[in-house]
Design a protein around this ligand. Structure first.
Ligand code: GAR
Length: 219
């Protein structure tokens, strides 16, 4: 694969960026079909920005307070992504729901990862919700973004046990380890053109041995 063939990916993050790091590591090989070309954040302090700089990836910050409304904030993000020729967007711990300007600029081409088995436990405090509900399994979901909060077509999920004495930190760490496996896998499918969405259903053209479900029995 020559550099010009690689699919150009922008990542949006708000926090520590461990999912970004997993994507950086996975795409570091120039033969990978995706190339991370820019990382955007909605906070100057997002550690994800430092991870991007360490990997020589361009960065930008768009602050909500600099914009009169949500649409203008979204348009500023779109401008930055388009200036870098981005074709696919990965939300990786980005704590804003993609608004219409983003969804229209990248139709069916924005991925998000959420640390529960959607459609269960969307939104904020996911691990607290899981522990409060007393469910015995949790996991993570990569989905295509739509206008809702964690509601878009599901692409792939990874399952982990919820252990009887788990606190939020323990569960979060177990799920994160699976997030770092799941997200790079889905990004590869997207970049290879093997992920399609029709009638709000995502389909992956799987090859031998691949699956859209991972079971984290060893995490
Ligand atoms: C991850 O657990 C991700 O699934 C979650 O934020 C964390 C970010 O961690 N995202 C959401 O809850 C979005 N609804 P990271 O910054 O270390 O990748």
């Amino acid at each position: 694969m020559t550099p010009t063939d690689r699919v150009r990916v922008g990542v949006l993050a708000s926090g520590g960026g461990t999912n970004l790091q997993a994507l950086i590591d996975a795409t570091a090989d120039p033969s990978h079909p995706a190339e991370l070309v820019v990382v955007g954040a909605d906070r100057h302090k997002a550690h994800a920005l430092q991870r991007a700089r360490d990997a020589s990836i361009g960065t930008f910050v768009v602050l909500k307070r600099d914009h009169p409304d949500r649409a203008s904030f979204d348009r500023a993000i779109v401008e930055q992504l388009q200036a870098h020729g981005v074709q696919w967007v990965c939300c990786a711990g980005f704590m804003k729901v993609a608004g219409p300007p983003l969804l229209e600029a990248f139709p069916q081409r924005i991925l998000n990862i959420h640390p529960t088995l959607l459609p269960a436990f969307p939104g904020l405090r996911p691990h607290e919700q899981v522990i409060e509900a007393g469910v015995r399994v949790s996991g993570c979901t990569v989905h295509i973004c739509d206008e809702g909060t964690d509601t878009g077509p599901i692409v792939a999920q990874a399952v982990v046990p919820v252990l009887p004495d788990d606190d939020v930190q323990q569960l979060q760490a177990r799920v994160l380890r699976m997030e770092h496996r799941l997200y790079p896998m889905v990004l590869r499918w997207a970049a290879e053109g093997r992920l399609q969405v029709r009638d709000r259903t995502a389909t992956v053209h799987l090859r031998n041995g691949e699956s859209t479900t991972l079971f984290g029995t060893d995490v």
